[in-house]
Design a binder for this molecule. Structure first.
Ligand code: ZN
Length: 617
């Protein structure tokens, strides 16, 4: 893709001379000269990586114009201060006259535009990290999340935005849900849409499919011999078909894009007509990792309805410069997490056994997080900005993930609704009713509970309310029993499987996986380690007279019993100390969901209704 050809000027025919004279005179009026859209051009410097060069042209409507860079990316609730990555910035009028930019706050610049019809701003954006919420510029592949690359002004935020990409073919082509502009490049209806349509620039295969007359594209950036693109596309199509049939209405108004980056990174971010996902190069060769990816696909696509079209009131209009607090992320993220696994099962992509393993994992994460007893899920949602997205040594002890607890609340509420209505109502009904009521207008904090009462009666509301506003534990055992299932909370000892949750030892700490030694990341609240006086950053060298290493810890710990009093040799900020500890009973590394004895045909039928498939499959 290259710059479009500049407009060629030619003399008008004689008969239009008078009209031409009129037009020429009009050219001196800025209102005629001004463009009626914001035009962005993105290019790359030849001599360095991780940098975008951007030229943005703004029509001017006031004597002073304020340029603003968003501080966060919608969908990822963290102040990222994107303006910190602007290396240099300059401004001119349309005839090339230089204008002075004055930095007025961390994310704003003021320009005197009294003499300009169009404000032209050139800036250089550095891309420090590769993740789904920010941008990345490299020769191999690039990602543009508009909030971290494009400036806006309050006067032009609602104006049409066009984007052109000016780079050599070697970098590949742009892939985006943005629609092509008539004159080349792409265009978005306004700045919000520009931000909501990320762009991948790469040489990458695209897999296209149509489902119920709706077009979809899967772009595999970084596809390699370990990644079977056709198989992945077939599986994505199954997720799409299942999710579309779940909601029963299609809000998509243009082709949808799965922008999949196979680049040894992780995460996903939802948009109206696309998602950015990141995964590992070999994840299609590893069943568990592949299920994780399929779950990500299901999660992000479910978001098209839950959080993009049906949104908490506080997030209805984005304020790019400030935190937007909502207590409802347990619906937006938690219930989406409940359904991503169910969609996979109902689409036949995972077995019932695999589904139950994923459910057991969620319950395990919830019940082994001490912070669940300190913070209700609605408060954890409000605190997303300072806790979930800013984890530190205390996060595990001070809060609970609204993803995990929301998913478990989804499970117990669904089970309650099915049981109390004798199978007539399910959480699916609640979700669809919510969508019916709130797909076109945002929902307030009490909306979900009202719909739950509407569908499941007053008892359902009484059941849900304390789960949201207090730290009362969801009764997962009762919920499992409805399906003839039970939870085994303690059968399996530490195995330290890679890619699983951090290893929990009977010392009661989480290890820092980025360090070669046994360095404490978090001391679990209420554990033996806390009582012994361990702190985050301690390196444990030995227990008793045994040298302790990452390699031998599982073996060494089996030679001690819970209740044993031993000493720990600890290196703390370069000083060696000894701490006495009374060992805990080890927390198992995972839970298991089992069929209860006396499992009946009725239970099989109930599970089939939930999972969309027979148990023996
Ligand atoms: Zn999500």
């Amino acid at each position: 893709m290259l710059f479009t050809t500049p407009t060629k000027w030619s003399l008008p025919p004689k008969r239009l001379r008078l009209f031409g004279l009129f037009m020429l005179l009009s050219l001196f009026s800025p209102t005629v000269l001004a463009i009626d859209e914001v035009r962005h051009t993105v290019s790359f410097p030849e001599n360095k990586e991780q940098v975008f060069l951007v030229r943005s042209e703004f029509p001017v409507s006031s004597t002073v114009t304020e340029l603003i860079m968003p501080d966060w990316t919608p969908g990822s609730y963290l102040i990222r201060d994107h303006a910190a990555n602007i290396n240099r910035i300059s401004a001119t009028t349309e005839d090339g006259t230089g204008l002075t930019l004055q930095k007025t706050s961390k994310d704003r610049w003021q320009v005197d535009t009294s003499t300009a019809g169009t404000l032209i701003v050139d800036y250089e954006v550095f891309t420090p990290v590769l993740n789904v919420s920010t941008s990345w510029a490299s020769r191999a592949f690039s990602l543009i999340n508009g909030a971290s690359v494009f400036l806006y002004t309050t006067q032009t935020r609602d104006l049409r935005q066009s984007v052109e990409f000016a780079h050599d073919q070697a970098r590949g082509e742009p892939f985006t849900a943005m629609l092509p502009a008539p004159g080349g490049g792409f265009q978005a209806a306004d700045y919000d849409q520009l931000v909501d349509d990320p762009v991948a620039i790469a040489r990458a295969p695209v897999y296209r499919f149509t489902n119920n007359a709706q077009d979809y594209n899967l772009v595999n950036v970084g596809e390699n011999r370990f990644w079977d693109g056709n198989q992945a596309a077939q599986d994505v199509e199954k997720v799409v078909a299942e999710t579309q049939s779940f909601w029963g209405s299609n809000p998509l108004q243009k082709p949808y894009w799965f922008l999949n980056f196979i680049v040894e990174a992780k995460g996903g971010l939802e948009h109206d007509h696309s998602t950015v996902m990141m995964t590992g190069r070999r994840h299609m060769r590893d069943r568990k990792a592949y299920i994780k990816w399929l779950g990500l696909v299901a999660h992000e696509f479910f978001h098209v309805w839950n959080v993009r079209n049906m949104r908490p009131l506080e997030l209805e209009h984005y304020d790019y410069q400030n935190e937007q607090y909502t207590s409802q992320l347990w619906i937006a993220e938690g219930l989406t997490s409940y359904y991503d696994n169910l969609i996979m099962s109902r689409a036949g992509l995972i077995t019932p056994k695999e589904y139950l393993e994923l459910l057991a994992q969620d319950i395990y994460r919830l019940e082994t997080t001490p912070g669940r007893l300190l913070r209700p899920v609605t408060e954890a949602s409000v605190d997303a900005w300072i806790r979930h997205y800013k984890p530190n040594a205390n996060t595990h002890n001070s809060t609970i993930s609204y993803y995990t607890k929301g998913a478990v609340i989804g499970f117990v509420l669904d089970s309650y609704l099915r049981k109390s209505s004798k199978g007539r109502h399910t959480l699916d009904d609640v979700m669809r009713k919510m969508y019916e009521l709130y797909s076109n207008k945002a929902y307030s904090a009490d909306a979900f509970e009202k719909v739950v009462i509407d569908v499941g009666g007053a008892g359902a509301g009484d059941f849900l309310q304390p789960l949201l506003t207090t730290t009362v534990e969801p009764d997962v055992d009762a919920a499992l029993e409805f399906y003839g299932l039970e939870l085994n909370r303690g059968a399996i000892m530490i195995t330290g499987e890679p890619d699983e949750e951090p290893l929990l030892s009977d010392i009661g700490v989480h290890w820092n996986d980025n360090k070669p030694g046994l360095v404490v990341k978090t001391v679990v609240g209420g554990s033996a380690g806390e009582t012994a006086g361990l702190i985050s950053g301690d390196e444990i060298l030995a227990i008793g007279d045994e040298r302790l290493t990452r390699k031998n810890i599982d073996k060494v710990m089996t030679s001690f019993s819970p209740g044993d009093q031993v000493s720990l040799l600890v290196s703390r900020r370069g000083k060696i100390t000894s701490l006495d500890i009374t060992l805990d009973v080890a927390i198992p590394d995972r839970y298991e969901i089992l069929l209860k004895s006396g499992f009946t045909k009725r239970d099989i039928a109930r599970l089939k209704r939930l999972l969309g498939q027979d148990l023996n499959q």
